[in-house]
Each structure stands twice: as C-alpha cells, then as structure tokens.
Design a protein around this ligand. Structure first.
Ligand code: ADP
Length: 417
C-alpha cells in the first residue's frame, strides 16, 4: 500500500476531499497538522499534529523525527504547508518542486521581481519597509496603487488606494493585518504596485516535467476594481477568444519556468487588457476553498484524486471539456457573527444548481477582505453554457438569506474610518 504524508492545515476547507480521495485510491495517509503546540498535547495529539507550517525549517525537523516508514509522496493541501512539503520531499529524495521555487511564488515581492527580470508584463512596484516614516511618504508611483501584504492569500491584506490619504490609511491597515497574520511581519514589509485595469481570470493546471496542462480556465465575471477584492464567481470554460486563452497559458508556462516550478498542481490568477496578460500570482497548489469540486465532472474524478494520482505516478484522466461549470464563493457582506443560512431548498431548486455548501458555522466571527480570508460557503452550477451557469449562480445567491449579527465589538484599531 502506498503511503502519502499530507500536510493538513486546521483551517483548510479541503481536508475531507483529500482524505476521501486517498480512501478511494486505497492510499495510507499519514497526516501532519498545525494545531497549537501548547493545546495539542492536552488534547492527546501526537507531536506531528502540532507542526508550525509557517516555520518550515523548524517543522521539517519535527516531522522527520515523528515520521516512521518513509512516505511515497508528500503533499500540502493548502498554501500554508507548501514550503514545508517541498523541504520534506527534497530531504526524502522524492520528486517535486524545489523549495526555492515554492518559496519564491509564495512571496508577492519576489514574484514581481521575477516577472520584471523575465520580461513578462509587470506593474511598477516597490518594496515598502516597515519603518514609521515610510508610511507617510507618498509612493513613487502614479495613483491608483494597490497595497499588499507579502504572503497572505484570498485577497487578505490587499487594498487599492486612489489618493494620498487613502494610501496612507491603506498602508497602516495592511501593516496591522500582516502583523496579526504573519509572524515574520516585522521583517517583510509590504508591496505597493500600480493598479492594473482589466478583467480577471484564473487558470488551473498541472505541471508534469515542467510542461503545463491546462485543466480549466475560469472567467471571473464580477469586476474586481477594489478598494477590496473579494472573489465571487468562477466560470469555466472561459468566454475569451481561443487566441487569448492560449496567450494566458503560454504566460503561465513561462512564469513557471522562470520560477523553477516543474511538477504538480498550479493555480494562476491574471488580469487581461489591451496590453496583454498580467500575472497577479502563480501558486504551486490547486484552487482554494471547495472550488475544485466544480471540475469533478470534467475530470471524471475529484481534483484531489488527480493530485494524489500525479504524486504517486498513477494514470491520469483525460479531461472532458463538455458542459460549462461555475462556482460562487459566497461573499461575506460584513463583519459580524454568523447565525445561519435560510432558503437553501429554494436556492437548490434554481435550474442548473448542483450543490450548495454553507461552510461558515453558527457562532463563527466572520469578516470580508481585507481583514478576513474566508467565505460563507460555495454554490455550484453546471449547464449548457457559461452564461446559463453564471445566471443560475446569481439567482441561487439571491434566494439565500444569511443571518449575521453585526453587533460584535470588532477591533477597529487598524481600520481607517
Ligand atoms: P491574494 O494572493 O491574496 O489573492 P493577489 O495579489 O492575487 O493576492 O491580489 C488579490 C486580488 O487583488 C486580485 O485577485 C486582484 O483582483 C486584486 N489585485 C491585486 N493586485 C492588483 C493590481 N496590481 N491591479 C489590480 N488589481 C489587483
């Protein structure tokens, strides 16, 4: 029986899908998690359940010490464990992306530098250090600009600023968010870059020996113009002309080569305008949240199964590009305490809706970006065309009613008024 070491972040949406895929493939799973190192022993958990994914060098030693028989593959379920998984594979002589490539693509500043040196489209950008005075100096860029935390995801800590005043507030706010979310915040600083106009797309792919296979290209039909950038709809196949889709795939392929990514899932986000394709990020992982479920039909299996099969060198499916599919990451309307969702039945009855998963739990404190990085849940649809899928998702969303108590004492210290 093959053995796979899975790095399962406690906060991931995808643990169950990976575990189900492993069961189906009859794979033995060793799981490592990032529970609190002080609480885990009290809960009777073993040391491998309390590994600091965000300190990969420390975590590497801890996992190696706890590992019995060596695994046949090491996979990170989400962003958090990517660097650690790469280090473990290197140490265990398993194939996969080099740690340096993974590290580079996790850092928005390093990625911008890479695009610039490789001659790919790249907005003007600069690195804003952490010292106090820099927060009040204006950026050497034309407005509008986007202020970003270095290593967060799901649009957490990303704010557009159109004026000097908005910029100064954004810097303060993003610094506060990064301090709460990244233990290395003090040495990271922020990225400030020009705003790239245009529509947005996302590519889901698989790298094999450095060659990119596109599994899906998604349109993001809602304009993402800020000041905050909450994701909503992903629709595939894309309605872009084929030549543009090819240009996107070539750009992602080139960026993977520049970064040194060669193997496994890749998720890329980009904006497209008259000047071409502008990459926002490439990540050595698959699409986040439960969104990958929308590809089940086209893949004939779950995306997690495909990733496991790839890691274990087992036969991969032929992708069937038949019907259209789409997913809505249900946006969080505002800070508050989630109480529950109503009208699920009515929303499920909208033609084309295949599933609705409410992932927020009653009592959970929720916040939209730039503070938060989650969703209320996911709506899935399939249909004969991208347009019908998009309309089904919008209708279903309109039917849902969310109860959120807005009266929590939110810490506004970092929020501009
Ligand atoms: P994350 O990894 O948190 O998703 P990104 O850098 O991809 O961070 O930014 C999140 C979103 O913010 C993007 O999907 C996009 O909508 C918007 N965004 C980020 N940078 C820019 C930019 N330079 N110009 C326009 N929009 C941007």
């Amino acid at each position: 029986m093959k053995r796979v070491l899975l790095l399962l972040p406690t906060a991931s949406y995808r643990n169950e899908d990976f575990l189900a895929a492993a069961k189906k493939l009859n794979v033995d799973i060793i799981s490592a998690a990032d529970y609190c190192h002080q609480l885990a022993p009290l809960w009777g958990m073993s040391p491998i359940q309390a590994v600091p994914f965000d300190q990969p060098e420390v975590a590497l030693k801890q996992v190696l010490a706890a590992l019995g028989r060596e695994p046949d593959a090491v996979l990170a379920v989400d962003d958090a464990g990517l660097e650690l998984a790469a280090l473990l594979r290197e140490r265990l002589h398993l194939p996969g992306n080099p740690p340096a490539a993974v590290r580079l693509t996790r850092d928005k500043l390093a990625f911008r530098r890479l695009l610039q040196s490789g001659g790919l489209n790249c907005p003007d950008f600069y690195h804003l250090g952490n010292d106090a005075q820099t927060a009040t100096l204006l950026p050497p860029l034309q407005f509008p600009v986007v202020v970003k935390a270095r290593r967060l995801s799901a649009s957490r800590g990303v704010i557009r600023a159109d004026t000097p005043r908005a910029y100064i507030q954004a810097v303060q706010w993003v610094r506060g968010i990064q301090i709460k979310a990244d233990r290395d915040a003090a040495k990271l600083g922020l990225v400030v870059e020009s705003f790239i106009p245009g529509r947005e797309y996302a590519l889901e792919g698989l790298l094999q020996d450095g060659r990119l296979q596109v599994l899906a290209l998604f349109d993001k039909p809602d304009p993402l113009d800020g000041p905050y950038f909450e994701e909503t709809l992903y629709i595939t196949p894309s309605r872009l002309p084929q030549a543009k889709q090819d240009e996107i795939a070539q750009t992602v392929q080139r960026a993977c080569e520049l970064a040194g990514l060669t193997s496994g899932p890749v998720h890329a986000e980009m904006r497209v305008n008259e000047q071409g394709v502008w990459l926002l990020e490439i990540a050595a992982r698959s699409i986040g949240g439960l969104c990958g479920r929308v590809l089940r039909h086209a893949l004939g299996m779950s995306l997690e199964e495909l990733i496991l099969r790839h890691a274990l060198n087992q036969p991969l499916p032929q992708v069937q590009y038949g019907e259209a599919g789409g997913v809505m990451m249900i946006p969080i309307p505002g800070h508050g305490i989630f109480q529950g969702a109503r009208n699920l039945e009515a929303a499920l009855q909208v033609a084309g809706i295949s599933d609705i998963q409410i992932t927020a739990t009653p009592g959970q404190i929720i916040a939209p970006p730039p503070e938060g990085a989650g969703y209320l849940g996911f709506i899935f649809a399939h249909g004969i065309s991208p347009d019908t899928v998009e309309s089904s998702l919008r209708q279903a969303h309109q039917r849902l009613v969310f109860e959120i108590r807005a009266d929590i004492p939110v810490n506004q210290a970092n929020c501009p008024t």
